[in-house]
Design a protein around this ligand. Structure first.
Ligand SMILES: *Cc1c(COP(=O)(O)O)cnc(C)c1O
Length: 356
């Protein structure tokens, strides 16, 4: 590993998956063709798509009621596809507004029906996850974002329950910890945060969510099109699906429980240092701290450029905070090793000493 890659997405991937993918670019399955050059209708690629879908189901413990899709257009397209397919014109969808991405999802849903924003932490710059509300039982679905990539908050084991179908944008913490995935009727995630390269979006959806709106749905936007054709109605992002499949294999090999344990260890190590170090402080409510995206600032903001340069000299990449929060954001996705977190913690300790 040449650098410590704290990028928020696209982000670090398991090295063994990247190495295998690099080989496949030159020759895929001894076919004499690279993965970039094969037909998506070939037997070999259909096997990749089938394995990738099966691994999502297996790792999430989803029943056969769910269909797994690999779509394009990013998680951002799901903001629109979900209400297009599932929110009747005179119906209402319930959304929890916990950050930039949740807010974008709300904006799209409003194009298709009524939106009830049941809770929002917008007024406090999304520094916490609102709790203690009741989800109405007469809406089409309830949408939440499990991890707020930009603001660094995350539902822990306190995801609300609802009697209506629940939908989760899990883009930035999908398969980073165990969840009760079956609690949701639909889950979606852009692959590029934790599960693969950019270009593929994973959707797991129960068919019972579909066929409930009267509007005409364009073919490519209709989930039923992609379910019917096994994500092969049109040319899928072959390489992205392949690398996602390799990454899913790696997650299975490591074990989701072990991945969760390591992710908690990494996050705890960094938050402990943020809390101990006199120069730094966290930006979110302690109980809602994300294990994936750790946001922090300096008590003296004029030192931030210094620390940025200091970390850069130590080969740390991607630590700049999002412009809406400032300071720093360290993304600790599955493939980031604990050694990279140790290196960051040591840099923070040495920087503190250098200023004493
Ligand atoms: C990155 C991100 C998105 C947007 O994903 P795209 O694939 O770029 O459209 C949506 N939701 C969350 C939670 C994200 O982290």
């Amino acid at each position: 590993m040449k650098v410590h890659n704290f990028n928020a997405g696209p982000a670090i991937l398991p090295q063994e998956a990247v190495q295998e993918a690099a080989k496949a670019v030159l020759d895929f399955n001894n076919s004499g063709m690279g993965i970039l050059e094969i037909s998506h209708r070939s037997k070999d690629f259909i096997a990749v798509m089938d394995e990738a879908s099966a691994l999502v189901k297996e790792l999430c413990g989803l029943s056969d009621e769910y269909k797994v899709l690999f779509l394009q257009g990013g998680a951002s397209t799901q903001f629109m596809m979900l209400p297009y397919n599932c929110l009747p014109q005179d119906g209402t969808a319930v959304y929890a507004d916990t950050g930039t991405w949740a807010n974008k999802a709300i904006k799209e849903a409003k194009l298709f029906g009524n939106v009830n924003v049941i809770a929002s932490s917008k007024d406090s710059n999304y520094s916490f996850i609102p709790k203690g509300y009741e989800v109405p039982n007469d809406a089409a679905y309830f949408h939440l974002t499990t991890n707020n990539t930009i603001y660094g908050t995350q539902y822990q084991d306190n995801i609300p329950t609802a009697s209506i179908p629940m939908v989760a944008d899990m883009s930035s913490d999908f398969l980073s910890r165990r969840r009760n995935f079956s609690q949701f009727d639909m889950i979606y995630a852009g692959a590029q945060k934790n599960v693969g390269p950019a270009g593929a979006t994973i959707v797991a959806i129960k068919e019972s969510m579909l066929g409930k709106v009267n509007r005409t749905i364009p073919t490519m936007i209709d989930y039923r099109t992609h379910i019917k054709d096994g994500s092969m109605f049109n040319t899928p992002p072959v390489f992205s699906v392949y690398v996602a499949m390799l990454t899913l294999r790696w997650i299975k090999k490591m074990g989701l429980e072990n991945i969760e344990k390591t992710n908690l260890e990494k996050a705890t190590m960094l938050y402990n240092e943020i809390d101990r170090n006199s120069l730094f402080k966290g930006t979110t409510a302690v109980e809602d701290r994300s294990w994936m995206n750790v946001n922090f600032v300096m008590n003296n903001p004029s030192l931030e450029d210094d620390f940025k340069a200091y970390a850069k000299e130590r080969n740390m990449i991607g630590l700049a905070g999002h412009r809406s929060v400032g300071g720093f954001r360290a993304s600790l996705y599955n493939a980031l090793s604990i050694d990279s977190v140790k290196a960051l913690v040591e840099a923070m300790q040495e920087f503190e000493k250098s200023k004493a």
